[in-house]
Design a protein around this ligand. Structure first.
Ligand code: CA
Length: 181
């Protein structure tokens, strides 16, 4: 009886050891994206209640659209910090701050805010296919960058899902048919 018990203990121990070893030798599972962690090339842009001060900025482009279909218009606005000369021409520097924002009366979604060196920002607003979601796609060409971003409005989350589509490293821009205006 004792012997049997010992054998049983030994066998159970061996089985456990085998199990521990086999689990230990298994390849670790590939890392799954954590639900709370944003993907590397994505960022969510929430509504900001405090509107940026645009008094000192030059409005380059404005487009009115009803974001969520409530009958009240919102506006896509693109600004640069470069000022206009008395004739109305923009005095571009080698670099300047830019602001691309979608604003309503008491909120805004800042799609881009920052300094652009030897470059500019272009945007396209559109819907695609049967989907009625607004997309704003931006291209930011510069002497050392060529970034393409897509911002899709999500009415459930009330914000824009930004996705970096293209952003190659070590760009040395040699030519563009699009010049700073
Ligand atoms: Ca609206």
């Amino acid at each position: 009886m004792k012997l049997f018990a010992r054998k049983t203990v030994l066998m159970v121990s061996l089985a456990l050891l085998t199990l521990v070893l086999s689990v230990g030798c298994m390849n670790p599972e590939p890392e799954k994206p954590d639900g709370n962690q944003p993907e590397k090339n994505k960022k969510f842009i929430e509504a900001s209640k405090e509107l940026r001060d645009t008094n000192e900025l030059t409005l380059l482009d404005e487009y009115e659209i009803d974001l969520e279909g409530d009958g009240q218009m919102e506006s896509v606005q693109m600004y640069t910090a470069a000022q206009k000369d008395p004739s109305g021409n923009i005095m571009w520097d080698d670099g300047q701050n830019w602001l691309l924002t979608v604003r309503g009366e008491d909120r805004e979604y800042v799609l881009f805010e920052g300094y652009v060196q030897l470059g500019e920002i272009k945007y396209w607003a559109y819907t695609a296919g049967s989907d009625t979601k607004l997309h704003i796609t931006t291209l930011q060409p510069g002497s050392a960058s060529l970034q393409l971003m897509d911002f899709e409005y999500d009415s459930d989350k009330d914000g824009f899902e930004g996705t970096e589509i293209f952003n190659p490293d070590n760009v040395n821009l040699m030519h563009s048919s699009v010049n700073v205006e």
